[in-house]
Design a protein around this ligand. Structure first.
Ligand SMILES: NC(=O)c1ccc[n+]([C@@H]2O[C@H](COP(=O)([O-])OP(=O)(O)OC[C@H]3O[C@@H](n4cnc5c(N)ncnc54)[C@H](OP(=O)(O)O)[C@@H]3O)[C@@H](O)[C@H]2O)c1
Length: 316
């Protein structure tokens, strides 16, 4: 039996992505081997592949390196002392984050405690879409202390993090404003947000007196969005490259502002999987690529215009 993985032998364009063969790992004590069905793709995978950011810096001497943090699949083998899971259980998780990665593998061994059980009514596709993006959305809204009735502006509501953040903020009874292209206006309206086409005019001309900004774009778009905020507004900015600049500018304007790095939290994934199981949370899955088409998948992510999530089908 083989264990195919997608690795980067060197940093570079999408074409460096390579399928390699490894042996199926054995589960150590407290670990389970997961037979991965779907692996989620996130912007950090693309940045790391290109040699950008801290995950690349930390792993530059460990190439080839297997990308990927989001997995769903079935338990294939249980190590000693595993208590909560059995062979055949359906699971999902944010694994190896941020430095280990490894999610683009057909089999991998992970501590059982990092995994969530996938409810019967939730597909493994949906489960693979939720870990990193979903936990980021939860943690960003938590950090911003979003309260019922507040006006929350979420930049890039149609993306992997954004489409979940919009739904969670609406569920928290906030009034949600978001930015997107023409093609996503109706989609975001159906999720309950006031959607603004950022190609048409800057968001600062369309939204005012917002209590909270969740910035999923960074740079000039975030600087413009600061003009929409009321006194003492709270700002959480996610793109790490511009976080310092945005926080500095926000502080000068008298806002509370912080960057953040998502922290794996299986309980938050449990909650989102439950919400998905009862129809309270809907994931948009833009496309599922067979693992041997990973180059196309990364190119799609690099367009910056994916609605929801892209997955790799690891079973073929
Ligand atoms: N710090 C952390 O822990 C952390 C965790 C997760 C993600 N992030 C970062 O957060 C950002 C978003 O992540 P993601 O997974 O949601 O990315 P994504 O899925 O790639 O986002 C794609 C979406 O961005 C929208 N978009 C592109 N340019 C835009 C603009 N100028 N204004 C408004 N929307 C725009 C697109 O919508 P349209 O097609 O409608 O334009 C598209 O739907 C990335 O920079 C990512 O690296 C950080």
């Amino acid at each position: 039996m083989e264990n195919k993985q997608v690795a980067i032998p060197q940093f570079g364009e999408a074409e460096v992505l390579t399928i390699q063969q490894a042996s199926i790992p054995r589960a150590l004590a407290g670990e389970v081997v997961v037979k991965v069905a779907f692996a989620g793709i996130n912007p950090i995978d693309v940045k790391t592949r290109a040699g950008l950011g801290w995950a690349a810096a930390q792993n530059k001497d460990h190439l080839p390196w297997v990308l990927g943090y989001d997995i769903s699949g079935e338990v294939y083998q249980c190590g000693d002392t595993v208590q909560q899971l059995d062979v055949g259980d359906r699971v999902a998780g944010l694994i190896g984050f941020p430095l280990q990665g490894g999610g683009y593998s057909q089999y991998l061994s992970v501590p059982e405690k990092v995994l969530s059980r996938v409810p019967e009514s939730v597909t493994l596709e949906v489960a693979a879409a939720l870990p990193l993006a979903g936990q980021t959305a939860v943690q960003a809204l938590d950090k911003a202390l979003v309260q019922e009735g507040e006006r929350v502006l979420i930049l890039a509501g149609a993306g992997g993090v954004g489409h979940i953040a919009v739904q969670l903020a609406v569920a928290a009874k906030a009034e949600v404003f978001t930015t997107c292209s023409e093609a996503n206006l109706d989609y975001l309206a159906t999720l309950g947000a006031h959607a603004v086409n950022y190609h048409f005019s800057p968001v600062s001309e369309r939204v005012e007196e917002a209590d909270v900004l969740i910035d999923l774009v960074g740079g000039d778009a975030a600087l413009d969005a600061l003009k929409c905020m009321k006194d003492k507004a709270r700002v959480v900015t996610l793109p790490t490259l511009s976080a310092e600049l945005i926080c500095e500018k926000a502080h000068l304007l008298g806002f509370e502002a912080t960057g953040m790095l998502v922290e794996p939290n299986p309980q938050q994934l449990d909650t989102m999987l439950y919400m998905a199981s009862i129809g309270l949370l809907k994931t948009a899955i833009y496309h599922i690529y067979p693992m041997d088409q990973v180059v196309d998948a990364h190119k799609q992510m690099e367009t910056g215009h994916t609605r929801g999530k892209i997955l790799l089908d690891m079973q073929c």
